[in-house]
Design a protein around this ligand. Structure first.
Ligand code: NDP
Length: 232
């Protein structure tokens, strides 16, 4: 299986790339600036050679995404999974009165329109048996548990869950599983050092979901990294 992962240079994205390679999969690791030093990924490249492709992938750049998809297609590459991991957390704990709309626009562009652009262009390559699209979401995107003053991030993830559900309905007859996954509160640049979850542990859980083709028990395709249903 070949897996494309966005935001693969650090945090959960890097751990997903490392774990997928460890399990023997081919990985296309999307990073914004492959020309800049990607120390951790370069080390993986030394170990795994051609199994790892480090590719320029800024999820806000539709032309760049289309070019990468076209180039992989020309090389005859196929995909078994797309993991939309890249995201930003902006303006948390900012009241509605103080909200800077730039933070809304940037966050929606990356966290919501990014996955939509990626799926738009990579869906035709998703031709391996038992494919998956994993949208990395967050419990902050749960409408049931909405908390105030998290407008850009919470709204972007709630809308991402809607995209997951729409896609699920669209591709289920092709046998493609589509899930929104809450990865846990993780020790990453975004989650901070005090977070309880090691991102490698989350990455293992997410790859298990891809391998086991976990079906949520309820109506919504929103689970945590252990496969437990999350509330929409
Ligand atoms: P980090 O902040 O550690 O890493 C974010 C990644 O996204 C980086 O690789 C960054 O690349 C990339 N990225 C940001 N903008 C773009 C862009 N325009 N195009 C391509 N890549 C981009 O985040 P985490 O690893 O913690 O989070 C991973 C996922 O898990 C996210 O979807 C997040 O919302 C979700 N999540 C995280 C939680 C946590 O506790 N950490 C909790 C719940 C959900 P670059 O290095 O170039 O900036």
């Amino acid at each position: 299986m070949n897996i494309i992962i966005t935001g693969a240079g650090r945090g959960l994205g890097y751990e997903l790339a490392a774990e997928a390679l460890k399990r023997g999969y081919g990985v296309i690791a999307g990073v914004r600036r492959p020309d800049q030093e990607q120390t951790a990924l370069s080390k993986l490249a030394e170990t795994y050679g051609e199994k790892l492709t480090i590719a320029a992938l800024d999820v806000t750049d539709e032309a760049g995404i289309a070019a990468l998809a076209a180039s992989l297609q020309e090389q005859g590459r196929t995909l078994g999974a797309i993991i939309n991991n890249a995201a930003v957390l902006n303006a948390r704990d900012t009241s509605i009165e103080a909200l800077d709309f730039q933070d809304m626009l940037i966050t929606m562009d990356i966290n919501l329109y990014g996955p939509i652009r990626v799926v738009k262009h990579f869906l035709p390559l998703l031709t391996e048996p038992e494919c998956s699209i994993i949208n990395i979401s967050s419990e902050a995107g749960s409408i049931t548990n909405a908390y105030p003053n998290d407008y850009p991030y919470g709204i972007s993830k709630a809308a991402l869950n809607m995209f997951t559900q729409q896609l699920h309905v669209y591709v289920k007859e092709r046998g493609i599983q589509v899930l929104s996954v809450h990865p846990g509160w993780m020790q990453t640049d975004m989650g901070g050092a005090e977070a309880p979850t090691n991102p490698n542990h989350s990455a293992e859980g997410i790859l298990d979901l891809i391998e086991k083709r976990t079906t949520p028990e309820g109506h919504f395709m929103f689970v945590d990294y252990t496969g437990k249903d999350m509330k929409i």
